[in-house]
Every structure is written in C-alpha cells, then in structure tokens.
Ligand binder design. Structure first.
Ligand code: UT7
Length: 336
C-alpha cells in the first residue's frame, strides 16, 4: 500500500474582474446585499470570444501544477476532471486535456459532483495510487459558469454568487503512509437533487427534438436553480459532520487542524464552521471575496493560494471539505 501526496498545485482565473457594482448595472442587486449575504466582492468572468473554456482554463492550471510537481507531462498516468460546466455535452473535458497537453493515450475520467467534485476527484485518484496502479495523477477542477447564468434580476439570487476559474493538483505516490492523503469521506443525498440543479438540457426532461424545436426563452429549466436557504441549512450541518467524520477516522480532534480549506460557497458558511470548531482566522483559508463560488475549482484554487502564501507547510494537517448540488459532500484529511 502507498499513500498519495499532493506534489504540485496550480490555478488559473480569467483576467476580467466583475465587481458587485458591475452586476448592479445589469440587474436589481447591490454591493451591500452581496457582501453581507455572501462575502463576495468580485468574481472573474471569461469574456466571450477570448478563447477560454472550462478545458483551456483547466489546462493552464494543470501546466503550473505539473511544473511545480517537477514531473514531465508524460509522467502523468491518469487524468481526473471535475466540472459541472463542460465544454461539450459529451465527451467530457478529461479527454480534451489529454489532447491539449499532448500526452500519451492515458485514461481520462470525468467527475460530475459539482461543488464536491474536486474532493471526489482526489478520492478516486488516491485509490488508484494506494493500490499501486498509478504513480502520478492529474486532478483538475474547472468551471465556466458565467456563460450559463441569467444575468437579469430573475437570476440574481444565483448569478451574483458564481465565478469562473480552474485549479489543478498532481497526486503522486508516497511510500511513507504516515504522510499525504490520510483519508477521504464521500456522501450523497439525491433526495434533494432538484434543490440545486440545472435541469436542461437533459434526456430525462423530454425528447431532444422537442428541446430543439421548443427554444422557449422563458423556459427556466435551462438556468441554474438554487433553493438558497435550504442549501445553506444543509451545508452547515454536512460540512461539520464530514469534517468530524474525517478527523475521527484518523483518531484526531479539531485541535489537530492546521489549515481548513472549505469549498468557497458562502463566507457565512465558512465563518459558521470556523466558529463551531473554534478555529482562528489563520486556520481557515477563504478567497470567495475575490472569486465568488467557482464550484469544483474553488478548493484547488484556494489550496494553491494558501500554499503559495506559505500558509501550508510540511507536516501540517490540512482538511478539505465541500458540500453542494446532489446533494453531495465530502472531506479529505491530509498530512502535508
Ligand atoms: O456551492 C454550492 C452550495 N451553495 C451554497 O451553499 C449556497 C447556500 N445559500 C446561500 O449562500 C444563501 O442562501 C444565498 C446567498 C444564496 C441567499 O442568501 P439568503 O440570506 O438566504 O437570502 P434569501 O434567498 O432569503 O433572499 C433574501 C432577500 C429576498 O427578498 P425578499 O423576499 O426578502 O424581499 C430575495 O429576493 O434578498 C433578495 N435577493 C437579492 N437582493 C439583492 C436575492 N438575491 C438578491 C440579490 N441582490 N442578488
């Protein structure tokens, strides 16, 4: 048995900054509401036509992670790509990364677990490395939300929250099993699938020929829907549970946490968890203020920034936790 260690991290966000004031020019919202309810001050949006897609952003983040891991792209044995905003309906972006990085015909797997996608991704990668099947795995979380949001007042409760960006990690074989990813814990509760969902286009809805013919601009099933308060209430419970589950599985308690990197869903959710676990500001990394909620990309972007700023050091206990659409949630306990 081996462990897997994160040996390289990278992120990419589009240059275009969209402030709360910018949004208030196109919909009935305001800086004070967005800041108070979410903590978000600005987010990044891909400019239409500038060439960035979920895949290209993922590739840019991956290149940084590969270089920092000190490996060659041809040392990568497997690709895992988490997103809810793929370039195509199919194939998923994993194979596009294999093509765009110009690497040999390794396997590529797409993960569809929304905000928990990156944790599901590293959990899958971790099992392949633990079993000895692969040595180096590229895990990407990337989202291009802005092209799919309703930027009118109708969509304001969702569209002010989400931003574009990508993060990537290289997981590599670690012989010392006291180091690296100690455990991952994954959950789902499909009973609440429609509480945070994008229903169409979906083959479950109707025949695809109807979808094409229909082309109804008032059909809201093509827009993301979120029952915000219900999601919020479930999030704070599940975040707490799954962090505790991870700590207990490793005979650790909350005092062992050096750095918690929560999925950046809402600053108020992170602050609730911080308060509940009595963690200091230095023990929780948040960057939702700058990027909004980037779903599968939020943890790898935040983890990369925390590491770049020297906030994560060798030997630290790092906890990742996420909750989101599905509902799905998960945690990872890492000895850096
Ligand atoms: O990452 C995936 C997981 N996602 C989450 O965990 C998100 C969890 N939920 C949330 O973060 C919060 O529920 C939101 C930020 C989405 C909303 O905050 P809230 O405090 O729950 O607000 P609300 O939905 O209860 O809306 C309060 C009021 C409403 O007006 P009335 O009915 O009180 O007159 C909304 O219409 O705020 C109004 N509102 C807005 N006002 C200005 C909703 N969106 C906006 C907006 N600007 N953008």
């Amino acid at each position: 048995m081996y462990n897997s260690k994160i040996t390289g991290l990278g992120y990419y966000v589009p240059e275009n900054i969209v402030t709360n004031d910018d949004l208030s020019k196109v919909m009935d919202t305001n800086d004070a509401w967005i800041k108070e309810r979410t903590g978000i001050q600005e987010r990044r949006h891909v400019v239409k036509g500038d060439g960035d897609t979920t895949t290209t952003m993922g590739v840019k983040a991956a290149k940084v992670a590969i270089e920092r891991a000190g490996i060659d792209k041809d040392d990568i044995d497997f690709i895992v790509f988490a997103t809810l905003s793929p370039d195509y309906y199919f194939p998923g972006p994993g194979v596009l990364v294999q093509r765009d990085l110009g690497i040999k015909t390794i396997g590529a797997l797409d993960i569809r677990n929304q905000c928990s996608g990156f944790i599901y991704g590293i959990s899958v990668a971790d099992q392949y490395i633990k079993s000895g099947m692969y040595k180096n795995i590229l895990v990407i979380g990337s989202e291009l939300h802005s092209h799919g949001l309703d930027m009118t007042t109708r969509g304001r409760s969702v569209s002010v929250i989400f931003g574009d960006g990508a993060g990537a990690a290289i997981l590599s074989r670690e012989e010392d099993t006291s180091k690296g990813i100690l455990s991952t814990h994954l959950h789902s509760e499909g009973q609440h699938a429609e509480e945070l969902a994008l229903i169409a286009p979906g083959m479950g809805k109707r025949w695809v020929t109807d979808i094409i013919e229909d082309n109804d601009k008032d059909d809201e099933s093509y827009l993301p829907h979120m029952n915000g308060q219900f999601v919020f209430k479930n999030a704070v419970v599940r975040f707490s549970e799954v962090i505790m589950e991870g700590l207990q599985a490793n005979n650790l308690d909350v005092s062992a946490i050096d750095m918690l990197v929560p999925h950046q869903a809402n600053l108020r959710i992170s602050q609730f968890i911080q308060k509940k676990f009595k963690l200091s500001d230095e023990q929780v990394y948040n960057n939702i203020m700058k990027y909004g909620n980037t779903t599968a990309a939020s943890i790898p972007i935040a983890l990369t920034e925390a590491w770049e700023q020297g906030k994560i050091k060798e030997g630290n206990l790092v906890v990742l936790a996420a909750f989101g659409s599905g509902f799905t949630w998960g945690s990872a306990i890492i000895k850096w």
